[in-house]
Design a binder for this molecule. Structure first.
Ligand code: ZN
Length: 273
């Protein structure tokens, strides 16, 4: 609240307020960030599956209304007030967990339409079996210039479970390994910054957020039925989990940054895998 008060005072004095980082942050509108997990050409066999025709319809909805799909790092910078303000209707698209269907179902669509997407992956899962992406597929997607890759921890733990079964010092060391290790592996492999985190299952709290800051992250995304807004906690930024039922007015409400419309199917367990 204090920060908002200061911004409004500065803005009201007409002293080049537009050049001040805090004033630019105040001008940024909330941006809906979409969180997908996996795709299937025909059937949504679980809550985290979106069928390819529905994904294509969602992308067409955005294009028809001249939405910009903004790369996630640009959204983070705009929210922090240290990047250009994102004007007009805009969303960001993310996909968690590194499933193979990102390559087989989503990538052909985003390559055709030149859409930016950020993948949050667990590096040890990549090239570990037929359900997951291979490093070669990730390299090909990155080389398109459309796909960025960021950490989703090493082992996709449920941090609540791990806290319950570990001594405090052991838990802290475990968290540090998961956060720093996944970041270091991606940065070593790609030679680019990998400092935006997605919390497994969207689980986070003050201790975890502090650990993410200590591990060098600049932002971390969870889940939540609202757009990511400037001034909100950078280590607890919300994303809309996208379901196969998000069609028509349901998807429009999300893209407009509104609360979800009622009667969505309840996921059977915490979203994430
Ligand atoms: Zn996940």
């Amino acid at each position: 609240m204090l920060r908002r008060t200061v911004v409004s005072v500065i803005a009201s004095t007409a002293v080049l307020a537009a050049d001040l980082p805090c004033a630019r942050a105040a001008a940024q509108r909330p941006i809906p960030v979409l969180a997908y997990h996996r795709f299937d050409p025909q059937a949504a066999r679980s809550a985290t599956v979106v069928t390819t025709p529905v994904l294509e319809a969602q992308l067409a909805w955005l294009a028809a209304r001249h939405y910009r799909v903004v790369p996630l790092p640009a959204v983070v910078a705009a929210l922090r007030g240290d990047g250009p303000v994102i004007d007009g209707p805009a969303v960001a698209i993310t996909v968690d967990d590194g499933f193979r269907s990102v390559y087989t179902e989503m990538f052909p669509l985003i390559r055709r339409d030149r859409i930016a997407v950020t993948l949050f992956i667990n590096p040890p899962a990549i090239s570990s079996g037929h359900a997951y992406l291979t490093w070669a597929q990730i390299d090909e997607m990155r080389q398109s210039g459309l796909v960025a890759v960021q950490p989703h921890t090493l082992s996709h733990p449920d941090f609540r479970v791990e806290r319950a079964r570990r001594a405090p010092a052991d838990f802290q060391a475990f968290v540090a390994r998961e956060l720093a290790g996944s970041r270091a592996q991606l940065e070593a492999r790609f030679g680019t910054r990998a400092d935006i985190l997605a919390w497994p299952y969207g689980i986070h709290d003050a201790e975890l957020e502090s650990a993410a800051a200590h591990a060098g992250y600049v932002a971390a995304f969870a889940l939540g039925s609202r757009a990511a807004a400037p001034g909100s906690d950078p280590f607890a930024l919300p994303r809309y989990q996208i379901y196969d039922s998000d069609r028509g007015a349901r998807f429009a409400a999300i893209a407009e940054g509104m609360p979800r419309l009622a009667a969505r199917p309840a996921p059977p367990q915490p979203p994430g895998r």
